[in-house]
Design a protein around this ligand. Structure first.
Ligand code: 13P
Length: 246
């Protein structure tokens, strides 16, 4: 049975100007032969420059969203093929901030993932419960529905990654208990069309808590926001993931 790949992914969200390229270069310089996959997802305005700066390094790049259509009259939107053309290998889809800010539904996320796959991109599909859903005991029901509705047909370990990001853990400094993460990841693993699809945890991951999170079975890495912006913060998270393999 093939094991899921281990992935340390950074989501820069709406952060980063040209000066941030030096952080990406520093990260790549610190991990020239990593034992895990590393990627940074900058804002679209930086994607080309970041991909060029990281060419030949072990750090890949990704977009943060794509349109469902291959091209067309959609002012302000970006097609998956454009991300690939700008050097991306991945695209984050269905992040809770997009689900909240732009009303993205799981059906739209599935259509976007299909477009990403058609362009040769690996889709990182995000899901997670709100605090009120967790308090109401609905966590598994919510993430189970998001998983089944957000995955397109043909999703497998070569083209898809899942990121479990509890909404209440994002940017708050609060993470679920380790057993809560284990429960959700075990539940998600059982619902995957291909058990080798990597399952990332996201939400307030940092150098201090990464090792404990990576020790949980069914956690194959992390999708990191704030702590991915600086190489000095993200590099220890990458190292913790590498160490978890030993
Ligand atoms: P933080 O790591 O800043 O909590 O963000 C997590 C996240 O949303 C990554 O996609």
């Amino acid at each position: 049975m093939p094991q899921p790949r281990k992935i340390a992914a950074g989501n820069w969200k709406m952060h980063g100007l040209g000066e941030s390229l030096s952080e990406a270069r520093a990260l790549a310089a610190a991990h020239t032969a990593p034992g895990v996959d590393i990627l940074l997802c900058p804002p679209a305005t930086l994607l080309s420059r970041l991909s060029e700066a990281l060419a030949g390094s072990a750090v890949a790049t990704g977009g943060q969203d794509c349109h469902t259509a291959a091209k067309g009259a959609h002012t302000g939107d970006i097609a998956a093929a454009m991300l690939a053309d700008a050097g991306a290998r991945y695209v984050i889809l269905g992040h809770s901030e997009r689900r909240a800010d732009h009303g993205e539904t799981s059906a739209q996320v599935a259509a976007k993932a299909q477009a990403a796959h058609a362009a040769g991109l690996i889709a990182i599909i995000c899901l997670g419960e709100t605090l009120s859903e967790r308090d109401a005991g609905q966590t598994l029901e919510v993430v189970g529905a998001q998983l089944s509705q957000s995955l397109p047909g043909g999703a497998d370990a070569a083209n898809t990654v899942i990121a479990y990001e509890p909404v209440w853990a994002i940017g708050t400094g609060h993470t679920p208990g380790l057993e809560q993460i284990a429960e959700v990841h075990g539940f998600l693993r059982a619902g995957l069309p291909d058990p080798a699809i990597p399952l990332l945890y996201g939400g307030s991951v940092n150098a201090g808590n990464a090792a404990a999170i990576f020790a949980i079975s069914d956690v194959d890495g992390a999708l990191v926001g704030g702590a991915s912006l600086k190489a000095a913060d993200f590099s220890p998270v990458v190292t913790a993931l590498e160490k978890s393999l030993r």
